[in-house]
Design a protein around this ligand. Sequence first.
Ligand SMILES: [Zn+2]
Length: 411
Amino acid sequence: MAPRSPSQRGASAIRQANLREHNLGLVLRIIVDAGTPPSRADIAATTGLTRATVSSLVDALIAAGLVTELPPVLSQRAGRPAVPLVPASGTLAAVGMEVNVDYLGVRLIDLSGSVLGQEVRDGDFRGSDPADVIPELVDLYRKVTRTVDRDVRIAGAGLAIPGLVDRTAGPVRLAPNLGWRDVDIAALFRTELTTATGFTQGAEPAMLVDNEATLAARAEADALRSRGLHTFLYLSGEVGIGGALVLDGSVFAGRHGWSGEIGHTVIDPDGPRCRCGATGCLEQYAGKDALMRAAGLDQALPVDHLQRAAAAGDAAAVAAFEMGARALGTAIANAVNLVDVENVVLGGLYAALAEQLVPGIEAVLADRVLSAPWSNMRVRAAVVRDAAAMTGAASAVLGQVIDNPSEWMRR
Ligand SMILES: [Zn+2]
């Protein structure tokens, strides 16, 4: 072989460095996603990397505080006891935040998935001004981050919004139930945080903004991974209704990240006016306000009032659930006919209402999904009941660290 020129050697060295960075991410991803903590030998077997390479990568991840060793366990196989590897706890964390129609929330989660702190504030943010809401959110952010151990490094913050978020340009395009349109929420947050804390330029956390249901579906996908469920249609019911299609463990985003707006799919073009401006959207039949209104209950009350009324045989409450289930079944059947998924997961308020909603939804699916006789459709309540969007927002930030840990290890 001809001797390589210095420039070729340079290119090769760059490739080697890239390869190591790639493999660091690969190994960390395996450790984070594993249902059972893997050993170095398990990772070598999964990846096809040599045992020596895996050990070197794992040692680097341990030194960086991203991975921890558990006490060794004797395996069935001969040789040294295996050392199970888990994501480190209490070292690197991300902030997950949410602005929704009736609450604001901030949650801090570390790589191991432990919640290090949380603040939720109830309110009514229909038709709100972002300039009023963001200072409240920053206040919660400061409360949560102030209380954690100084050794915890914060990788960044993710914010969940019930609306269309432009992934490429940053701003919230439209959040119908908040009444927000074309708001650069990340810039507002940064400015407010800088003012409130005296952060200097560049010291504020990296920030990611995405749709509430997209992020909640991400949290659910994280939770269902170890149960072997990787593909499902997710619905998040609040005042609005968000949706997301999870394919092989990842949320299908669409061209701009705007997919999943199942709440604005049409149930009846002649139906009531929706906050989005159109008529007869799913939200107007199955959103929280619509259900409470149909049952003759105050919209501000929690949904357990509706459940109790239906359980006591109140005709209006029973009819509200029937209307909601029929509308949800119709919208879900349309989606399933289009994309062919077997599993539907009900999140947000719907997780607690599954008992009232699922039979009615399944009846519509049996009638309307063309492939129903041959498929094994299942509608179930979400596993992640509490703060799913905040959890998903933190997971999205941590996901960026996991995909590229070497970037973080240099700091
Ligand atoms: Zn609508």
